[in-house]
Structures are given as structure tokens and as C-alpha cells.
Design a protein around this ligand. Structure first.
Ligand code: UDP
Length: 234
């Protein structure tokens, strides 16, 4: 996810920031771009609800409160330049880079870590390379991986309740001024693959950014449907 989809503003309280969610969508390292009116608002509202669910389950996050429908107030953090992807079902880049067939249910969650670096196009990175680059200590990396596994259990269950299959998702983490590790960024259909479980047969109906990546159309309708199901459930 490139930062252009969110704008960060200072807050009069220096420990906080304001994050404005924009309507822009990018894919394939920003080679593909489009604006979807209302997407920023939907992602902001969906993310806020999901952060609240996670906070109730004692996951440390940067989320404080919504300022308005497009903007959230969050703790100011120093972002760790890694994208932590967790996969329950094989899809997307995993199937382009391996011989694993799309739709394969993984016997245990797979964690893939990418280096956030535009010039290098966010390459897949190893634990040893992360230590070599002094991005994180081995203990902090373990902590982030364990948090990601815990978040997966909570989110898989949450989405199942609203008839959505959590295929995979991407998380980002950061340090607050007291050096605590917090979940940051967003949790929305922009960074989660969510398949509709209301379908009668086995056809895959994506209610996430794959609608844009794969030119399926109906992105706002899909995001609105997720927002509606979350609101009806909570
Ligand atoms: N993802 C993301 N930002 C990125 C790359 C991936 O939020 O820059 C999310 C994506 O939405 C999906 C998961 O991470 O839920 C796994 O994506 P994958 O590696 O399969 O990449 P893609 O198919 O997007 O190339």
C-alpha cells in the first residue's frame, strides 16, 4: 500500500496524528491508479470498527477515535518499514511466485514479510535479512509475528460471523514514544482479501480490492456491503 491513499496531519497534541483516508486506489506498485468516490470514508469507518474489535481483545493499536467519517485520530508512531502478510488461503502473489494453486486452503497460516521500499518494489524479505538490516531485533520480530497470528484468529472469527472468508491480509506495525509496538495503518478491504460466504456454489466473489486489481467492477458496492454487514453485526 502506497501512502498516497492516506494523508497524515499533525495534531495539536504532539503524541497524536490525524489520518485522512482518500478515495484513491493503487495496485501493482502504483502502476494502476483510479479514484472511487466514497472509498476513503468506507475504509476509514470499516478500519475504525475493526480496530475497536481488536482493542477489546487486547491488541495494541494506534487507533484512538474517529474525528469524522474520513479521518481518524491515532497515536503518533514510528512505522517499521515492513509489510506483514498473513495467508489462510493461497491467492495473489503467492500463486504467481510458487506452484501452489489459487484457492488452496493452507494447513497453517503462512506469514510472508515484505520490505516497504518503493525503489525496490517491496521485495519479499527473510528474517535474517531483517536482522542484518537492523530493522528489528529478533525478539521484536517474534512479537510482531505472534501479534499477527493472534489478530488472524480474532479477524477470521469476526469475518466468519458476517459471512466473509478472510483469505489473507497485510498489517503494518510501529513504535510509540514509549517504544511499545502497536498495530497501525488500516484494516479494510484495501488490505484484506474477503470472499463472500453467502454464495451458494463454490464461485469466488471478492468483496475487496481485487475488484479493482482484476477489473471486476462494483468496488464501492462491495465495500459498502462489508460496512453494512459490520454495522448490522456490532
Ligand atoms: N497487500 C496490501 N498492500 C500491498 C500488497 C498486498 O495491502 O502492497 C495485501 C493484499 O490486499 C492482500 C494481501 O496483502 O490482502 C496479500 O497480497 P499479495 O501478496 O497476494 O499481493 P497482490 O496479489 O496484491 O499482488
Amino acid at each position: 500500500m502506497k501512502a498516497k491513499q492516506k494523508k497524515i496531519f499533525t495534531h495539536h497534541d504532539l503524541d497524536k496524528v490525524k489520518i485522512e483516508f482518500k478515495d484513491d486506489a493503487t495496485a501493482f506498485n502504483a502502476l494502476k491508479k483510479e479514484k472511487f468516490e466514497g472509498k476513503g470514508k468506507l475504509n476509514c469507518l470499516i478500519s475504525a470498527k475493526i480496530f475497536e474489535v481488536l482493542i477489546k481483545e487486547n491488541i495494541p493499536t494506534h487507533f484512538i477515535e474517529l474525528e469524522n467519517e474520513n479521518t481518524m485520530i491515532a497515536k503518533k508512531i514510528q512505522v517499521v518499514p515492513l509489510e506483514i502478510v498473513l495467508r489462510n488461503i493461497a491467492y495473489g502473489s503467492l500463486c504467481k511466485q510458487t506452484t501452489i494453486k489459487p484457492g488452496t486452503r493452507l494447513s497453517k497460516p503462512l506469514i510472508d514479510i515484505y520490505l516497504k521500499n518503493d525503489e525496490l518494489s517491496d521485495p519479499l524479505i527473510t528474517k535474517d535479512r531483517i536482522e542484518l538490516m537492523n530493522i528489528l531485533s529478533s525478539d521484536d520480530l517474534d512479537l510482531i509475528i505472534n501479534l499477527t497470528l493472534k489478530i488472524n484468529v480474532i479477524l477470521k472469527n469476526f469475518f466468519k460471523n458476517i459471512q466473509l472468508q478472510l483469505v489473507d491480509f497485510k498489517l503494518e506495525f510501529g513504535y510509540d514514544y514509549e517504544n511499545n509496538i502497536l498495530l497501525c495503518d488500516e484494516i479494510s478491504p484495501d488490505n484484506c482479501r474477503l470472499w463472500d460466504l453467502k454464495q451458494k456454489n463454490d464461485t469466488i466473489v471478492s468483496l475487496d480490492k481485487d475488484r479493482f486489481r482484476n477489473d471486476l467492477g462494483g468496488l464501492i458496492e462491495a465495500y459498502s456491503e462489508i460496512h453494512r454487514r459490520i454495522n448490522d453485526f456490532l
